[in-house]
Write a protein that binds this ligand. Sequence first.
Ligand code: ADP
Ligand code: ASP
Ligand code: MG
Length: 411
Amino acid sequence: MIGEPILVQKFGGTSVSTAECRMQVVEHVQRARGEGYQVAVVVSAMGRRGDPYATDTLLDLLRDNGGPVDGRDYDMIFICGEVISATVMAHILKREGIPAVGLTGAQARIYTDDSHGEAEIVEIDTARVQAHLERGEVPVITGCQGVIRDTRDHTTLGRGGSDTSAVALAVALNASKVEVYTDVEGVSCADPRMVPDARLLGRVSYDKMHEMARYGAGVLHHRAVRTGQEGGVPIIVRSTFSTAPGTMVADIQDEYAIVGIASFAPLETVVVSEDVAGPTVREVWERRRGIMSLIDRDTGALVLGAPSEKSGELRSAVDEVGAAGRQILNDRCWISLIGESEALQERSSEDQELLGRQGIEVMYHELSDQRSTYVIAAVDAARAVRALYHEISGDRGSLGRCSESCQVSEP
Ligand code: ADP
Ligand code: ASP
Ligand code: MG
């Protein structure tokens, strides 16, 4: 009720996929209310591709017909998954005795620009959500969507964008923190699907997490990280299926030199010359079209990559700038070490030697301020991540290791 601190809890697709999982969501909401929080919930669509109401299942209804998918149609079908999920979750909360109300992005008054499929939130009018909170109700809000103010057309925020909805709502509501519940215990130094024993990070700074997320650590949407940083709201990534404290993403000063390893497997990688697109164009490509880029250290070539969702965007971007002599590479993977530039610089030749000893060819390499990225063959990705992880976290290494003062604590 009025005066109590606000907590936003976001539940990802696997967290709401079965009746059993949804009961665990109820428990997290109940516990937080018991601790004295006013709770707002954000949900993703239920399950993964193949599940009836998952985002990819819905998008396939359009894609399977062939032909290009219009941006407005893409968003119209996309939002259905989250609408179903929010409605089901609100119903279950009520059944369990918690007053709740499901809200679409439009009903929650989340306004975006008109960039279908990759829209950015421009404003959130919190009046309605706040009114529900003040009445002691739990608003259950659809993730990853908003509405264009003038046209009332629905938009989506890019794949994985429910995290961004949750963090943006937390900032707008002046919440004390946002909890992102998912199917892993928190953020690890590497994707636990590739390195099952990867160390779990107690804390990670916004900057390093942002870089990890941009270059493939899909556990958190990169825009969510920046939104939390700009709004000064800590983000806790934790498991729906346990009460472990998870990972806090916040302003952290005492991080170790190398924080983690991320991997990004674009559908295709396109190599052009550097003068084709300057930093400003590349920034727009990344923001608007989900196209990632790096400049190869040795040759100065511009290397572009896009996830499968965005491969059409990649081709049309390259066509627009008329890049002659382009080289299209399939089945490549981008592996990135994230950390302090000095440490990355020091490691660089050692890492390339290590990969070489494993018979892994580094085709391109970029060393930037907080990241060292290697482009390699996709078949070698898991082996490369594991080799780098074990080398850096071994006896001599300190990958993601935290000092005493660096344990998870409540902000
Ligand atoms: P949700 O549907 O809950 O949003 P996602 O699939 O978007 O879940 O994100 C969770 C997944 O992120 C995990 O299952 C894990 O495989 C993957 N992941 C990638 N990199 C990391 C990392 N560094 N730490 C933890 N999980 C990671
Ligand atoms: N359901 C959406 C997606 O699959 C949004 C999200 O999961 O964050 O991309
Ligand atoms: Mg996600």
